[in-house]
Design a protein around this ligand. Structure first.
Ligand code: ATP
Length: 139
């Protein structure tokens, strides 16, 4: 069974973490904000308060043993890049990172992210496709 670590538990990260947990997977969530960690404590396997840019902290949490990492930090681009790099260097097979803009996305791919997501843009595309492919136009 795959194990997931979600770093950054904002709107996107917490939604990914809760959904994976509901689907029956082990999910470790990490966020630097204690309140956010508390609010998710009962909704995922483990929620930990930590600064994920600290490599030693990630080592101590045994992050290298996880299969998939999701880096969901948008505002602090430097933190997002550092954490993505650390996860890939630790040997995680699959790392998904959230990008704020095109350049951020390019950097994430260059340092080894396996998939980069742009939540608002991706959802906008999906909704547009949905609107024209469903029979909603018959109204
Ligand atoms: P969303 O749109 O998904 O709500 P966002 O991109 O607007 O997210 P951010 O402010 O970028 O939100 O951060 C998402 C979460 O990541 C926040 O809960 C924040 O506390 C956490 N975070 C930011 N930096 C770090 C860090 N270095 N280590 C751990 N968590 C962090």
């Amino acid at each position: 069974m795959k194990q997931f670590v979600v770093i950054g538990l904002g709107r996107f990260g917490s939604s990914v973490a809760r959904t994976l947990y509901k689907l029956g997977y082990d999910v470790l969530g990490i966020d630097s904000n204690e309140e956010i960690v508390q609010s998710l404590a009962d909704s995922i396997t483990h929620a930990v308060q930590a600064d994920a840019t600290d490599e030693n902290t990630l080592k101590a949490l045994g992050i290298r043993n996880f299969d998939v990492g999701i880096v969901s930090i948008g505002d602090d681009i430097q933190a997002s890049i550092l954490i993505t790099l650390i996860l890939k260097e630790m040997g995680l097979k699959y790392v998904v990172a959230k990008a704020q803009n095109d350049l951020h996305g390019k950097v994430l791919y260059k340092i080894g992210a396996d998939r980069v997501v742009f939540p608002e843009r991706d959802m906008g595309i999906r909704v547009a496709h949905n609107l024209v492919s469903s029979n909603i136009l018959d109204y």
